[in-house]
Design a protein around this ligand. Structure first.
Ligand code: DC
Length: 230
């Protein structure tokens, strides 16, 4: 079986990260959460006051400071999960909070941010054997990926999933607020000028609204075997 690149794209809160992580673990591949990279840049901007009171981004300062933003992934020895580090600090939990989620889309719409992160992502895939999830992995980051999956599910189901996830972490959340946040992010992600979220022509569509985790896992492994044996 040859080593391949697996690109998993789709709408937010479709369970992309969970499925990509599981798949990588099952087949011994490296997992990279590209959304975590955009979230880490957003957190940096929050912590360094790069958002004006009206939400406007201080782009010139960010452009200059981008070189000071170091994002790394390390596997936690206990949970065996990939953890995101921002300049040496574990930010895995912090970058999932609602303030980061609300501000990440405008950061991800900045061309110079995307250029810098896409370059890093391409570097990470040089040796193949990688599962990367995001919005533009099959279209921009790895247009030649051997396997591309485009995931979707209804907004109601996605909001409920994110609600359960945040509640389980002990956060006080409101279902309607989450649904609005998801719909707003879908809109920004699909309509931005740089690398909008779109399905690559050769991506396989996966609507997981009514699939169990088990069904989805089996389906993915089958797609991987087909692509790696081709
Ligand atoms: O997958 P996520 O919700 O963690 O992604 C966070 C944000 O980053 C989301 O608004 C879309 C954006 N993103 C992107 O533009 N390109 C990627 N490859 C990954 C995420």
């Amino acid at each position: 079986m040859k080593k391949i690149i697996i690109a998993i794209d789709g709408f937010s809160s479709c369970g992309k990260s969970t499925m990509a992580k599981d798949l990588a673990k099952a087949i011994g591949y490296i997992y990279i959460d590209s959304g975590a990279m955009y979230r880490a840049v957003t957190l940096y901007c929050i912590e360094h006051h790069l958002f004006e009171a009206d939400g406007k981004i201080k782009e010139d300062i960010l452009k200059h400071e981008l070189q000071n933003i170091r994002i790394q992934f390390q596997t936690d020895p206990e949970s065996k999960r990939s953890v995101t580090y921002l300049n040496g600090t574990n930010v895995e939990e912090r970058i999932r909070m609602l303030d980061v989620s609300s501000l990440v889309s405008p950061i991800a719409a900045l061309g110079f941010v995307r250029e810098a992160l896409v370059r890093q992502q391409q570097e990470m895939g040089k040796r193949k054997g990688i599962v990367m999830d995001g919005r533009d992995i099959g279209t921009t980051v790895f247009p030649n990926a051997e396997l591309k999956i485009f995931v979707t599910a209804s907004p109601e189901i996605r909001a409920k999933r994110r609600f359960d996830e945040l509640k389980a972490k002990g956060q006080t959340v409101n279902l309607e607020e989450i649904k609005q946040n998801i719909e707003q992010r879908d809109h920004i992600d699909q309509t931005r000028t740089v690398s909008p979220l779109q399905r690559a022509n050769d991506a396989i569509l996966l609507d997981n609204s009514h699939l169990t985790i088990e069904e989805q896992r089996n389906w993915l492994i089958k797609q991987y075997q087909k692509a790696a044996n081709a």
